[in-house]
Design a protein around this ligand. Sequence first.
Ligand code: BV8
Ligand code: ZN
Length: 254
Amino acid sequence: MTLPPQAIDWLRSAKAIAVLTGAGISAESGIPTFRDALTGLWARYDPADLATPQAFARNPQLVSQWYDQRRCRVADCRPNAGHFALAALQHIAIDHGREFTLITQNVDRLHQAAGSMDVIELHGSLWIWRCINCGQEAEERGPAFGNYPLRCTCGGVRRPAVVWFGEALPADAVSQAQRAAASSDLFLSIGTSSVVYPAAGLIEQAIQCGAKVLEVNLQPTPFSDAVDCIIRGRSGEILPRLVQQAFGHKISGQ
Ligand code: BV8
Ligand code: ZN
């Protein structure tokens, strides 16, 4: 597939690039997107029903187990060429003295595993678990917890440090992301269904502030008619091609 030449030109000439990623960029790493039909045990649950403070209050054991299973599944996954392409793009932007901000809705930290720096995590991380009693947070990289819910040394229950529906996003992450969207001259929206707010509002903000907006997605989104350019397809194939054609930089997939 040939890439739209204007997308290559914008990438080459952009002074400030902002990128928003969703679950779609991790799909090729083997991580089901939030809305993919959940397999097996979880098939009868709607993720939006599990990813809420009410669900956790009602059944901390079930919700903790769901998140721990997702955590263990991600532990076996590796970044794909799409993640590596964005990490390479950040280094190229820095070498050329340009602004680059990566904003993600994902909680898998595959961007960081691929080498991206200063990633803005709007929805937290599967790897960090927080005590709801004393607030202590710790990264959990080990095997499945075994019994649920996870307990803190203070005896309190520990929850995944992700942002659930109905919960406020970290204020500093939101303000940093909004500043980057507002000051970007190129905004890449990658693999997100763009229906969850306030994250999706960043796309609106980039459009309103006059950035060129490029959508990379398998499917149309509510913003498809408003963006400047759409590349339909897999981000793991499109992003490395974009970086290579714009800068001659070959992305290896591992
Ligand atoms: C809040 C972490 C208020 C947990 C997630 C307006 C303003 C503000 C809020 C709202 C609003 N309207 C409605 C709301 C409420 C709500 C909301 O947006 N609801 C939606 C459903 C209508 N928002 C909230 O509740 C937010 N909180 O606003 O609180 C507040 C304020 C102050 C004080 C108190 C309260 C919190 C939202 C965050 C929820 N947490 N994740 C977890 O992971 O378990 S959201 C979760 O779903 C993901 O993080 C992601 O952001 C979102 C969408 O998931 P998916 O659809 O699976 O993933 P994605 O969107 O990325 O879609 C996959 C895409 O990839 C598809 O388009 C597909 O085509 C594409 N794709 C697939 N494969 C590929 C690909 N593309 C390219 N290549 C491929 N290979
Ligand atoms: Zn505690």
